[in-house]
Design a protein around this ligand. Structure first.
Ligand code: HDD
Length: 728
């Protein structure tokens, strides 16, 4: 609490008022405010409010004497420090969060009675946490991995958490296999190697024995696993959920997040370099974008299937390894989420936020997807160990914006001071409050699905087509995307030491696409096994029959789906793209000003990179400030490069190997490059011979700016990879 325990110093009231001004447009921000503290202009105290006069020296028996046990100030400080760490999340440990709002475009009352999906006047506060899955809290943002995309909606009917990923399917079909999957992908238990990487034996051992993961493997080996930015990823609820309207009618639904900046990735070689140059690349990018007012935005999309159509598909809606092709059920965009405020404190908010698939509100319900059912247990359970007890819902970031009343009491770290004698129901001493709520008044009732079944440990036969959607995904990719998948698999399996695992994996790839399998086999230098038959999925249960666990390949009416390829994404904006301008003394300052103005006008960010920090003297004899030197900057941290003219500048950069490397590397990673005619010798000193697609050499600066803008918006010129001979 930031309440002062001393009268405010003269002249500080205004400042204090300012920092306590609520942001009334966001109900969650307002609720968080009383829990925030700001030490500006405050006096130092112990945790118990005693003012501290000396925070530098422990209490000793004489200046050179031993420290005294009675030093309660030292003891308190050290004890708190000793206990500052909590267990990191078993999965999704590395994450970045942001606050924002969700606004509905049009009421969805035909499908759901959820208030936040009915009332277009309401702005629902949200907190979002993005994450990688396998790495530890301090691991690199650019690991090849699935990204978590968890959204907490603070609705007026309680919290709704959409705990999704940036890929629409999952590795496994049943939660029973989740601990195995995670044990396999995490660092190997004997030596804890490798960190934040799936390229090792245990992961591919497991995957090669679980053909049900084939579809997800295609996604995880695609460029979706190395996003350019958290702001440029799609999000998916993965499971089929249920929506229920006021009339009690139910609909199946898949949730989607569509980023307004489009879906973009980096190159794998680039990702590996970024991991060294700036392991916080995604976290920094999200933070900087929000600080600068370039608020990330996504539209929420729904794919709705009437209950009566449950069995109309070639796949089972309850199978989390399947998506519904958008050609079959289009995604309706129903509202927009904007992230507009960075957290005040990473630990208090991003680390302590507790998501749960089981946090739903009236109008939304679960289905029998066996992966989802297991998740409904896991999320509360994990918070109990991670956050230390059953009162984690009282941590400010986890509290709903509506008030909470029930008969739950006590436990570690209880914050609420519940009044009255009764903490049970029924009671007559307390008017039997809190009162239960009728469905028509907003009380939650579970969807009354009819169930008539035997208790059985089994997998539905409708779950055994493990390959047709993996093939659909591969067939939907552009040529460069297919090549990236082949390269990724060759890299990952190349890191696997056990040859039989590689061979088993090739048999799986063969079922997806034989050319894919052949190309990976070529890269691995092994022959594709002969007479490949459909594999068995997982370990056959002790009393099970092998034929009941045989994977198969069904047919797919849809042969390719445009929505699955990033090549078809939004490519019309350069907002928040980062452009490096390479300059040295003697640079054409007018060229820089005109290009900077044109690009920044469209929301791009430019930085001047020079041989050293300080000033750069232009040919017109005025000074520009270098934002970075070649020592601190790297091409992998930018989307595009511009090299202005100016004879002396070009000559100085020619003598600077780091400048030539910068250009070569940007070219290798297929980025847009623009140069004034005068800078051509510098391009020639790199691998670039002259203008080509994505390389613009122009003297007219308005033509240059417009061509460069289009090239940056296009993101990457993957065709350039074909020769693959850039020595950067
Ligand atoms: Fe999970 C965290 C997403 C399957 C058990 N999961 C977690 C987070 C995301 C997902 C985004 C991080 C939340 C945050 O930022 O705090 N998980 C998924 C998706 C899945 C999925 C999209 C499949 C469709 N998860 C899954 C299964 C289980 C879990 C099958 C267990 C049976 N997940 C957990 C967990 C975590 C978690 C152990 C770790 C930290 C946490 O919950 O809060 O309970």
């Amino acid at each position: 609490m930031s309440k002062k325990n001393t009268p405010p110093k003269k002249g500080t009231e205004a400042a204090i008022d300012k920092k306590l001004v609520p942001q009334p447009e966001n109900a969650k921000t307002e609720k968080l405010l009383p829990h925030t503290a700001d030490a500006t202009d405050e006096q130092m105290t112990t945790n118990h409010g005693v003012k501290i006069s000396d925070d530098q020296n422990s209490l000793k028996a004489g200046e050179r004497g031993a420290t005294l046990l009675e030093d309660f100030i030292l003891r308190e400080k050290i004890t708190h420090f000793d206990h500052e760490r909590i267990p990191e999340r078993i999965v999704h440990a590395r994450g970045s969060g942001a606050h924002g709002v969700f606004k509905l475009y049009e009421s969805q009352s035909a499908f759901t009675k959820a208030h936040f999906l009915n009332d277009i006047e309401t702005e629902t506060p949200v907190f979002v946490r993005f994450s990688t899955v396998a790495g530890s809290r301090g691991s690199s943002d650019l690991a090849r991995d699935v990204r978590g995309f968890a959204v907490k909606f603070y609705t007026q009917e309680g919290n709704f958490d959409l705990v999704g990923n940036n890929m629409p399917v999952f590795f496994i079909q049943d939660a029973m296999k989740f601990p195995d999957l995670i044990h396999a992908v995490k660092p190997e238990p004997d030596n804890e190697i490798p960190q934040a990487a799936s390229a090792h034996d245990t992961f591919w051992d497991f995957i090669s024995l679980m053909p049900e993961s084939a579809h997800m493997i295609m996604w995880a080996m695609s460029d979706r696993a190395i996003p350019r930015s958290l702001r440029m990823m799609e999000g998916f609820g993965v499971h089929t959920f249920r929506l229920i309207n006021q009339q009690g009618e139910a609909f199946f639904v898949k949730f989607h997040w569509k980023p307004l900046l489009g879906v973009h990735s980096v190159a794998w070689d680039e990702a590996q370099n970024i991991s060294g140059k700036d392991p916080d690349f995604h976290r920094r990018d999200l933070w900087d974008a929000i600080e600068s007012g370039a608020f990330p935005e996504w539209e929420l999309g729904l794919q709705i299937v009437p209950e009566a159509d449950e069995f109309k598909f070639e796949f089972d809606l309850l199978d989390p390894t399947k998506l519904i092709p958008e050609e079959l059920i289009p995604v309706q965009r129903i509202g927009k989420m904007t992230l507009n405020r960075n957290p005040d404190n990473f630990f208090a908010e991003t680390e302590q936020v507790a998501f749960h698939v089981g946090h739903i509100v009236p109008g939304i319900d679960f289905t029998n997807d066996p992966l989802m059912q297991g998740r409904l247990f896991s999320y509360t359970d994990t918070q109990l160990i991670r956050l230390g007890g059953p009162n984690f819902h009282e941590i400010p970031i986890n509290r709903p914006v509506v008030s909470v009343h029930n008969n739950q009491r006590d436990g570690f770290m209880r914050q609420t001071i519940n009044k009255g004698k009764t903490s049970y129901s029924p009671n007559s001493l307390g008017n039997n409050d809190p009162a239960q709520v009728k469905e028509e008044d907003g009380g939650f009732t579970s969807y009354a699905e009819r169930i008539d079944a035997r208790k059985i440990r089994a997998r539905s036969d409708s779950f055994f087509d493990h390959f047709s959607q993996a093939t659909l995904f591969f067939n939907s990719q552009s040529e460069p995307e297919k090549n990236h998948i082949i390269d990724a698999l060759t890299f990952e399996l190349g890191k696997v030491k056990t040859v039989t695992i590689r061979e088993r994996m090739l048999s799986i790839l063969f079922q997806i696409d034989d050319t894919l399998a052949k190309k990976v086999a070529y890269g691995l230098g092994i022959e594709l096994p002969k007479n490949i038959s459909f594999p068995v999925n997982g370990s056959v249960p002790a009393d099970g029959k092998q034929e009941d666990y045989q994977s198969r390949k069904g047919s797919s009416k849809i042969k390719a789906s445009a929505a699955l390829s990033m090549a078809n994404t939004v490519k019309d904006t350069i907002e928040s793209r980062k452009i490096a301008i390479l300059a040295a003394d003697g640079v054409n300052g007018d060229a820089i000003s005109s290009l900077k103005a044109a690009l920044e006008n469209e929301g791009a960010i430019t930085e001047i990179i020079a041989p050293r920090l300080g000033n750069v003297l232009t040919s017109g004899k005025y000074q520009l400030t270098a934002d970075q030197s070649f020592l601190t900057a790297a091409s992998v941290l930018f989307d595009a490069v511009y090299i202005p003219g100016g004879k002396n500048s070009v000559e100085a950069l020619l003598a600077e190997p780091n400048a030539v490397h910068f250009i070569n590397e940007a070219y290798k990673h297929c980025k847009a490059i623009a140069a004034d005619q005068e800078a051509l010798p510098l391009l020639n000193a790199s691998f670039i011979k002259g203008p080509e697609e994505g390389v613009i050499v122009e003297n007219d600066h308005s033509v240059l700016a417009s061509k460069f803008r289009a090239a940056i918006a296009g993101h990457r010129f993957w065709e350039r990879e074909k020769p693959r001979k850039v020595p950067a």
